[in-house]
Design a protein around this ligand. Structure first.
Ligand code: NAD
Length: 476
């Protein structure tokens, strides 16, 4: 954990921001306007549970409204506090700007251990929290659109959407008040996997960047690279699964809240995930070594370290012992600003949170657009695309037969070519395009400006430039 000499999470984000604006030519007034958090609403509400009234504290913070709606997840964790929510809201502003999702930044949180309540109790608590936010327009399809974060998922988003609809019965766009919903409640295919999928795509983009690889002292392809993942929740599980199953990475360690599993030859991510779902612990899992002090595994030798759980896990206390040449910040704020400096000096390359975990908000954007257009992606085009492809295949086969050449299109090619894209394919393609474009915009600065030595500063430069342009256009 971070020591008392470290700045808070929000201060840490501000310090990283200041480092970047120091390289820009912004007026100090505009600089401050972008950096500060516009508003944070704190709510304390009571819910009758287990024969008594329980009081909960929640927050919704709006960092920047240069674009609306503002966007950002709702977190359920005992660690939630105003400072954390404001830091996360600021990161949302920069993240949305970087990947060109047309939103301002926001974040919410409820100070609660979701594992301490059953499903019915969680529904009562979530609906009451949502009620408090909805009645103040802090959940609204045009103004403020939450999504899942740590401790929440599609179940909570479905309750929130339903609560909004109960309170706004004539709002035809009501379902767009929150993203990350289940498919049958207005969700989009590919949202649950999106943040982990985005981490995979970020690594694909990085491994195509020869200069970036050289800066990290890495070479070759992703296949065979040794990866340590912290947190096998939504983000960590999907990232680890796709990297091992599709890219041939070896997941040599999985760090969870109650220890770490280690296997130099690569863990079976799916099997570990099943084990945790069944036993609620990694302890007892066969075929690997259990290391009780999970956090110490962050310091083990590997090619890629993916912190995908909490903020501040790489800090002044352990930064100098981190051996990974490449860190992918799948979580928000896993590296403190002090650790960032130490790691930069050591030559470690960090793919920063605002880029690495932007897959979630990118697909949330697609879901919001789908909800507002009231039609699933691909519905109008798919069959039309298939019949046009069929025309071409028929013509090629006719030409081949008529000319006596006797070419045959392979059945595999025909299957793939003839099938029009469904929603999941379109979502993945849109996400890939977004991640590749955003990577290029950062790498361009990273590789071409002598005063920018890291990807995080490059990412801040890209996003602050866009937010500043937006404020200027409003006359500020
Ligand atoms: P989650 O609740 O699904 O998973 C978190 C995981 O971390 C759990 O498996 C939990 O057991 C584990 N964990 C908790 N404390 C730990 C500890 N001390 N050491 C190791 N593991 C620990 O949360 P998530 O949605 O996967 O979010 C993880 C991170 O990714 C957060 O920082 C979140 O802000 C960020 N993020 C999430 C999304 C999203 O779409 N869910 C999008 C962008 C960023």
């Amino acid at each position: 954990m971070t020591d008392s000499t470290e700045p808070s999470f929000r201060e840490s984000v501000d310090m990283m921001f200041n480092r970047a604006v120091g390289l820009m030519d912004l007026s100090s007034g505009l600089e401050e306007k972008i950096r500060v958090c516009n508003a944070t609403y704190t709510v304390r509400f009571g819910v009758r549970l287990r024969g008594g009234i329980h009081t909960f504290t929640g927050y919704r913070s709006v960092h920047s409204e240069h674009m609306e709606p503002v966007k950002g997840g709702i977190r359920y964790s005992l660690g939630v506090n105003q400072d954390e929510v404001e830091a996360l809201a600021a990161l949302m502003t920069y993240k949305c700007a970087l990947v060109e999702a047309p939103f301002g930044g926001s974040k919410g949180g409820l100070c609660i251990d979701p594992r301490a309540y059953d499903e019915h109790e969680l529904e009562l608590i979530t609906r009451r929290f949502a009620y408090e936010l909805i009645k103040r327009d802090m959940i609204n399809p045009a103004q403020n659109v939450p999504a899942p974060d740590m401790g929440t998922g599609e179940r909570e988003m479905a309750w929130i959407a339903d609560q909004y609809k109960r309170m706004n019965t004539t709002d035809i766009n009501g379902v767009a008040c929150v993203t990350g919903k289940p498919i049958n409640a207005g969700g989009i295919h590919g949202r649950t996997e999106a943040t982990g999928r985005g981490v995979q795509f970020a690594l694909h983009a990085f491994f195509k960047d020869a200069k970036g690889l050289a800066k990290a002292g890495l070479e070759g392809k992703l296949k065979g690279k040794r990866v340590i993942v912290q947190g096998l929740g939504n983000v960590g599980y999907h990232a680890a699964k796709f990297l091992s199953e599709e890219d041939g990475c070896l997941i040599t360690a999985i760090i969870e809240r109650d220890g770490a599993l280690y296997d130099e030859t690569g863990l079976d991510v799916e099997a570990v995930h099943h084990w945790i779902a069944k036993h609620d612990t990694i302890k007892g899992y066969h075929d690997s070594t259990l290391i009780e002090d999970g956090a110490s595994v962050l310091e083990k030798d590997c090619d890629i370290l993916i912190p995908a759980a909490l903020e501040g896990v790489i800090n002044l206390g352990n930064a100098d012992r981190i051996k990974a040449p490449l860190i992918v910040e799948a979580a928000n704020g896993p590296v403190t600003s002090g650790a960032d400096e130490i790691l930069r000096d050591k030559g470690v390359v960090i793919i920063p949170d605002m880029y690495a975990n932007a897959g979630g908000v990118t697909v949330s954007y697609f879901e919001w657009v789908k909800n507002l257009s009231h039609i699933r992606f691909g519905r109008m085009q798919r069959r039309n695309e298939e019949s046009r492809h069929q025309l071409l295949v028929d013509e090629l086969e006719r030409l081949s037969a008529d000319s006596g050449v006797g070419w045959q299109l392979s059945p595999n090619f025909k299957d793939k070519y003839l099938r029009g894209a469904d929603e999941l394919e379109l979502v993945r393609s849109g996400l890939y395009d977004t991640m590749v474009d955003a990577y290029r915009s950062m790498a361009d600065i990273w590789h071409n400006r002598d005063d920018v030595t890291d990807l995080r500063t490059a990412a801040y430069l890209v996003s602050i430039t866009k937010v500043a342009a937006s404020y200027r256009a409003k006359g500020l």
